[in-house]
Design a protein around this ligand. Structure first.
Ligand SMILES: NC(=O)c1ccc[n+]([C@@H]2O[C@H](COP(=O)([O-])OP(=O)(O)OC[C@H]3O[C@@H](n4cnc5c(N)ncnc54)[C@H](OP(=O)(O)O)[C@@H]3O)[C@@H](O)[C@H]2O)c1
Length: 316
């Protein structure tokens, strides 16, 4: 597995990282045995960066990840979690909530420190509170060694970039914006990387959109996007492949040239972990990619902020 510098943190991240939201059963029910097998397989494949949040499965993803990591040496993996989002419509960037959240995450994850702590989906929270309470609290915890690096995450790239640069955070996680269907993160990632900020591209499968199973019922995307992606998925099946394979190969082999340090995919399936790792280093089929891009052209870069969908969980 290729590894890249995560900005100026000194952490070398695998080109493919593991998103543990899935372990909170947000896409399909997941048992602890499945979570254990997924995490063990990820570590076997050198995918030793795990991203999670209290919000995922309302703390169940952190609990499952903590149990699955038990027994593996703490220094053998990098752990990233979040503060600030606690429900579909529940943000709190106060100092008290930040401290309480980190204490609870440490307990669920069975560790005494968090490598990367991120303020979650900042554009929907109170940005003044984020600047005046959450970030200063995290900086203090950084001095105390409880957290090693501080980041922000979100969907609105303009908000995320502005706060990241002004507050000089260490990392930025964006999601669903560097995929087969949406490339808007590319120029933003180039600027952030040039500023020394580590960029994580989450959801290369567009939160399940770019799979043969299709987007989950809570997905905030637009019907027109779903229709055209389904047509592209059928074309991939006819070509003897799977749209997920094309999507993963695309994100993984082209992301780094735009400053993306790692791509964070979510799965709760050990077989899919192996497939994703296998696809990490090989180019997508150029002819098929062109055909799929032609199908998706009418909705290229059309996220749910451009073509509103049903609101979904990830919306404001
Ligand atoms: N605001 C934020 O900070 C934010 C937002 C979104 C995501 N994230 C992070 O990014 C991570 C990844 O995002 P995500 O999980 O929401 O979306 P994603 O990675 O785009 O898609 C996950 C879906 O793809 C399926 N999948 C994965 N590998 C597959 C394969 N090889 N073949 C077929 N299907 C496959 C998974 O199902 P199976 O379980 O069946 O494999 C799951 O349904 C999250 O876990 C989270 O850590 C952060």
């Amino acid at each position: 597995m290729r590894r890249h510098d995560l900005g100026r943190t000194g952490i070398e991240v695998p080109a493919l990282a593991m998103g543990a939201a899935s372990l909170g059963s947000i896409y399909h029910p997941v048992s602890q045995d499945e979570a254990d097998a997924t995490v063990a397989t990820a570590l076997e494949c050198d995918l030793n960066y795990f991203d999670v949040a209290p919000y995922y499965g309302l703390t169940t993803a952190e609990t499952a990840l903590g149990k699955a990591l038990k027994g593996f040496a703490r220094q053998s993996y990098t752990l990233a979690t979040k503060i600030g989002r606690y429900g579909d419509q529940d943000w709190d960037f106060s100092a008290d909530a930040t401290k309480r959240s980190i204490e609870a995450s440490l307990g669920r994850l069975g560790t005494d420190h968090i490598d990367v702590i991120q303020c979650h989906d900042i554009e929907y929270g109170d940005l003044a509170q984020l600047r005046n309470e959450a970030l200063p609290t995290l900086r203090k915890l950084k001095e105390e060694g409880v957290v090693r690096f501080i980041g922000v995450t979100g969907y609105r790239l303009d908000v995320v970039e502005k706060i990241a640069v002004e507050e000089q955070v260490d990392t930025v996680m964006a999601y669903c914006t560097y995929t087969l269907q949406d490339r808007r993160l590319a120029p933003v990632a180039e600027r952030l990387a040039a500023a020394g900020i580590g960029v994580l591209n989450a959801s290369p499968l567009g939160m399940g959109l770019l799979t043969t199973r299709g987007a989950p019922s809570w997905h905030p995307g637009n019907e027109r996007v779903f229709e055209l992606v389904a047509a592209a998925a059928r074309l991939c099946t006819l070509a003897g492949t799977d749209i997920s394979e094309l999507a993963m190969r695309f994100a993984l082999t082209t992301g780094h040239e735009h400053g993306i340090a790692t791509t964070v995919v979510g799965t709760a399936n050990a077989h899919n972990v192996r497939e994703n790792a296998r696809w990490a280093d090989s180019e997508p089929d150029a002819t098929l990619l062109k055909q799929v891009e032609a199908i998706l052209a009418p909705v290229m870069d059309a996220g749910w902020d451009v073509l509103p969908g049903n609101g979904g969980k990830a919306g404001g």
